[in-house]
Design a protein around this ligand. Structure first.
Ligand SMILES: [Zn+2]
Length: 254
């Protein structure tokens, strides 16, 4: 994957193998999904949501019997990234397609897919304003109508966990609940959605929301929406999630 800076480059044991003849006999498996991941990853980088090789993007895929993950390869430049830099692995990191190592944040992506059956894509960024709030440990409350309908009632801060660990996945899932975005303490941001386009949208809106919140606080006042509006918009958010088959999630919007 393109990976996180610093500790996110840390390696972990991972069994790699070549794709079997069966898996490749029908052409290039999951090419459309891998290209969608590639397109979203390059947009994420081009729009400044990450710098250098930080961040990562994945999509849920299946071989008919098990859940797999198409994810950006570790430490790969986005501007020269190709289809081959989006690998397909199982939830333990064993390779199904591709020779490159998957993002070192694979375990966080896998944890979210297990907790949220309706989530089809995950994007992790280090965007500036969201990361500033993550460092400060300040959750984003219900501020903007559109944001609630797309992201959920708030953006919470997950407890700190070391990058690339299973504990980071657990803390992200706990704070994410049924929402579509979460701040990772002293680290960055995660956006999820039905598709990679939706995950990218969550990251774009999350960064804009974070910027608005920071600027409003600097001006001395960041008013929450009226409770009646929040109630209606949270209901609209849940209806959208239900339509997308993502009604259950771990935890609940409060
Ligand atoms: Zn990271």
């Amino acid at each position: 994957m393109a990976t996180c800076v610093g500790p996110c480059y840390s390696s972990r044991p991972m069994v790699m193998r070549k794709a079997t003849a069966k898996e490749t006999s029908s052409g290039t498996p999951w090419l459309a999904q891998r290209r969608a991941v590639l397109d979203a990853a390059q947009a994420m980088h081009a729009e400044g949501l990450v710098v250098e090789t930080s961040g990562n993007v994945s999509a849920r895929v299946t071989d008919g019997t098990r859940d797999l993950i198409a994810i950006t390869a570790s430490g790969t430049r986005y501007d020269t990234m190709t289809d081959d830099d989006v690998v397909v692995v199982d939830h333990e990191g064993e390779s199904v397609i591709g020779d490159a190592l998957p993002s070192t944040e694979l375990l966080t992506h896998a944890a979210i897919y297990r907790a949220r059956p309706g989530v089809g894509a995950v994007m992790h960024t280090h965007s500036t304003y969201a990361s500033a709030l993550a460092v400060a440990g300040i959750a984003i409350p219900s501020l903007i109508d559109e944001m609630i309908i797309v992201l959920g009632d708030s953006v919470r801060v997950a407890d700190y966990a070391f990058p690339s660990t299973a504990e980071l996945g657990e803390s992200a899932v706990a704070a994410l609940g049924e929402r579509n975005s979460v701040l990772l303490k002293n680290h960055g941001f995660v956006g999820v959605g039905r598709s990679v386009g939706d995950a990218l949208k969550a990251c774009r809106l999350g960064e804009q929301l974070a910027k608005i919140f920071v600027l409003a606080r600097l001006m001395g006042n960041a008013d929450k929406l009226p409770a009646s509006a929040i109630e209606v918009e949270v209901e609209l958010f849940r209806m959208r999630q239900s339509v997308n088959g993502d009604g259950a999630g771990a935890g609940a919007v409060e």
